[in-house]
Ligand binder design. Sequence first.
Ligand SMILES: Cc1cc2nc3c(=O)[nH]c(=O)nc-3n(C[C@H](O)[C@H](O)[C@H](O)COP(=O)(O)O)c2cc1C
Length: 406
Amino acid sequence: MSDALQKCFSEASINGLTLRNRLIKAATFEGKSPGGIPTEAHTHLHRRIGEGGIGMTTIGYCAAESDGRINENMIYMHDGIKDKLQHTIAEVHKTGAKVSGQLSHCGNFTKSKDFSGHGLFNGKRPMGPSFGINSLGLAYGLPFTGAMTVAQIKERVKVFGNAASWMKNTGFDAIEIHFGHGYGISQFISPKTNKRTDEYGGSLQNRMRFALEVLEEVRKQVGDTFPLLGKISMTDGVKGGISWDDSIEIASLLDKGGLDCVICSAGTSSMNPMIMFRGDSMLEGLIANEKKPIMKLGMRMIGPKLFRDYPFKEHYLLEHAKRIREKVQNQVCYIGGANSNAAIETLMNEGFDFIQLGRPLFFDPDFAKHAAADAGYVNGCTSCNQCATLIEAEGGVKCPLNNHFI
Ligand SMILES: Cc1cc2nc3c(=O)[nH]c(=O)nc-3n(C[C@H](O)[C@H](O)[C@H](O)COP(=O)(O)O)c2cc1C
């Protein structure tokens, strides 16, 4: 085994948390929590991936509050599901893997009309940095987005911190804050969606204020010795949005703000999702799984502009992630198209500390075991992206090429 593979398949730590290797399951919302309650299928997925030898799994999209969900089938951090999450965590721990949770907020991009939690919407409209259109909510009676007051921003900072503290007490080994993909925090970072003229808008420093305040509050509530990762978008993939160059400063500010490990993703679910995934377009699959006819029609009309053509290539975000690796002091995690041991060797040699895997684990949950045993390992994920079209289908995500996660 080469030195690079040896490095990947040896123990490594994030802020004192030791993982058995450097492979982490990426945060993926798998649609296995109908009504916001994680099911046994949810536990099975994470346990099965743990059994496959991964260092740490990530429970995707853990909303900081009820109104932070994109749809009502996502979980939010509250006592009603504590026993379910503790069950999943305990089952994963039995496999030797650790468990992280992706702490998220949708901001103004949502179709959830569940206003039952303590609310930011107040039954009216989803809130973000500025007034605008909520494309996801058009057919769901939520067409507009409102601008948060400074008091509401400060309250969200606390909401993030309280949710983080709750996650730590629930038994998560680490937390990954979602700073990217066009969701709540990145709506503030992006000049495309943040049109504020107060201290939360304008310069990059100002647009980063909410992100840095959230990081500071989360750190305060979980303590200095708890591992905190953060996922950023290195570009929004649209004119006037976050640029590749901006992302170096974004990563650097989070690094200085006390983030232990930055995860270098790209794209936005709202404006340019394919830059995050690459490979076959998800549009047809999403239309097939959409329940509202009006939404189907809208997706047919607007979809081709949104779901642009980005052919898959191995480790497709490497060129830009390298620039962040060079700039930041703390750890850096690579994500995006790491599908073989050849890719792992390249990424280890480039100095990345960890690698996150999304789709390849749906294809082969034993990725880590198989790759550790075979230097020539190539994962068979075809980047057909059908898994991603199933997040709202009955039963949730599975790979069309196998039966692991039915
Ligand atoms: C089914 C599915 C659901 C996803 N859900 C999330 C999510 O909830 N949060 C997130 O940050 N990224 C999400 N992603 C993006 C992945 O974390 C990852 O960035 C992307 O799949 C590229 O990595 P890969 O090439 O290893 O699959 C999702 C991806 C898939 C396939």
